[in-house]
Design a protein. Structure first.
Length: 492
């Protein structure tokens, strides 16, 4: 066993899961953990391309430590047979989930798209291009959380930000228009973003075969190169359609970056109520303030890649954590201090305090610290920002803070505190918090165990299309826990 982490390990190979171009995948165990074991087909020692593909995937997975990337455990070598051992995603692939109609609600589709974008943002920041993103290469945990996998075609970006190859790589119908007819295709991060648009189309259309009525790949290539795209269903929400169309832009430079997609999606795509709130305001000031605020967060946290200058760090913490934030931020903007000078932005900030918008920003910063995206991961900092936002009533921050108390990350572990924050958010209608509160009642953590209460909160979240809650509610009906046993309700 050669994992780069553990000298000795016990591997047990269980049932067959599936196969691909380079090998077969089995469910098994790595020491005491459930694992997926990818056994590569036996190859001749001189088949360098296959060996390079295998070694590329192994070497990339070794260096990737991200919540939305499949976790690498190790490599088992025996003769000319190699097995890759990774975390086991019990939910199967996104392709399977689509075909089984397990991704039926827009809430689930929005969240999955956002988590894929987060995984892409992480690997792009690490200088890696995936080059084969599709629903079959997106795995899901039992709670439907995204884990990107299959890095056999992934490559390191060159200093110019792309990677040229003598022939096309990846799955043909997910390839960007600049790749399909090129003699020497140049892959970039924007190629991956086009593929994200295709995955979002798969979820929207509940179909995993783009252009399925066209058998000839060359005809598809000509159409895509000429600007044709798949059709989104008529009931696709405007915010979802907008992001797909942005990812599908003919000009790669007009497509969003993964980090822009992931952060804005958290505020806009995954939260249609936020868009509705902005549209109903009597002035456009608040909408402009959101834009300025998010750009400031990105500038300080993303473009500086986590290496704050002391003054910039103090500015962010003081101004976003204080009551006079809008006024002081306006002054900083107008003086060009730490940020590009922006008189319009300064006027916007000086116009009106907006605690609600500051809480959104505080929550975003906490999220970046928690995930370790573009800043060094720091759960203590994350908990601090979440606490500021949660104390102002931001339900996403309250839910995240509850999770940190439950797991003891950045704060002293306390199920009671976790339940308190989950309850605050759940009572305001946050579906993720409602699901988490249901789990606490089901397990009797921080509250008296109650299947009835668990079912109540699962039902509230399920009615808002929370897929985790829908799944758990089905299990409760199947087992007759907290409700009258009903296989019919369980299946529904």
């Amino acid at each position: 066993m050669d994992s780069g982490k553990t000298a000795q390990a016990v591997i047990e190979i269980g049932k067959f899961i599936g196969s691909g171009s380079y090998g077969e995948v089995f469910q098994g165990r790595y020491n005491t953990q459930k694992a997926a074991i990818k056994k590569f087909f036996r190859f001749h020692p001189n088949t360098t391309e296959e060996i390079e593909t295998i070694e590329r995937e192994i070497n990339l997975l070794k260096r990737l430590q991200c919540r939305h990337i499949i976790q690498f455990y190790g490599v088992h070598r025996q003769g000319n047979e190699i097995s890759l051992v990774t975390d086991f995603a019990e939910g199967g692939s996104l392709m399977q989930a689509i075909n089984d109609s397990r991704v039926a609600g827009w809430h689930a589709k929005n969240r999955i798209a956002q988590e894929i974008a987060y995984g892409l943002a992480y690997i792009h920041h690490e200088g890696i291009l995936h080059r084969d993103l599709k629903s079959d290469n997106v795995l899901l945990t039992r709670h439907m959380e995204v884990k990107l996998c299959d890095f056999g075609l992934a490559v390191i970006k060159t200093s110019s930000g792309g990677h040229s190859t003598e022939r096309m790589r990846g799955t043909f119908r997910w390839l960007a228009p600049e790749l399909v007819l090129s003699e020497r295709p140049r892959y970039t991060t924007k190629s991956d973003m086009y593929a994200l648009g295709m995955v979002m189309w798969e979820m929207a259309a509940m179909c995993t075969a783009p252009f399925k009525d066209v058998n000839n790949n060359f005809v598809v290539a000509q159409a895509v190169h000429g600007g044709r795209r798949e059709q989104l269903p008529d009931d696709t929400p405007t915010y979802y359609r907008r992001w797909v169309e942005l990812c599908w832009k003919q000009d790669p430079s007009e497509r969003p970056n993964a980090i822009n997609f992931e952060i804005e999606a958290d505020a806009l795509l995954a939260k249609p109520c936020t868009l509705s709130w902005l549209r109903t305001r009597k002035s456009q000031v608040e909408a402009a303030m959101v834009t300025v605020l998010l750009l400031m967060c990105l500038h300080a946290l993303v473009f500086q890649k986590g290496h704050f200058q002391q003054t910039a760090s103090e500015c962010m913490e003081t101004e976003l954590g204080g009551t006079a934030s809008p006024i002081n931020l306006g002054i900083h903007l107008s003086n060009g201090c730490h940020f590009e000078q922006n008189d319009d932005g300064a006027a916007t900030w000086l116009a009106k305090p907006a605690d609600r918008l500051l809480a959104m920003a505080q929550n975003h910063i906490g999220n970046l610290y928690e995930r370790g995206l573009y800043v060094e991961q720091n759960h203590v900092e994350a908990a601090k920002w979440y606490t500021w936002a949660a104390s102002q009533g931001n339900t996403d921050a309250q839910n995240s803070l509850g999770a940190m108390y439950k797991d003891g990350r950045g704060v002293e572990q306390s199920d009671i505190e976790a339940v308190e924050w989950y309850t605050k958010a759940a009572n305001q209608g946050n579906p993720d918090a409602q699901f988490n509160l249901g789990v606490m009642y089901k397990d009797g953590r921080g509250v008296a165990q109650s299947d009835v209460e668990a079912v109540k909160w699962f039902a509230k979240a399920a009615n808002q299309e929370n897929s985790n809650a829908q799944n758990n509610l089905g299990v409760m009906y199947k087992d007759g826990r907290g409700v009258e046993q009903s296989d019919v309700e369980a299946v529904k």
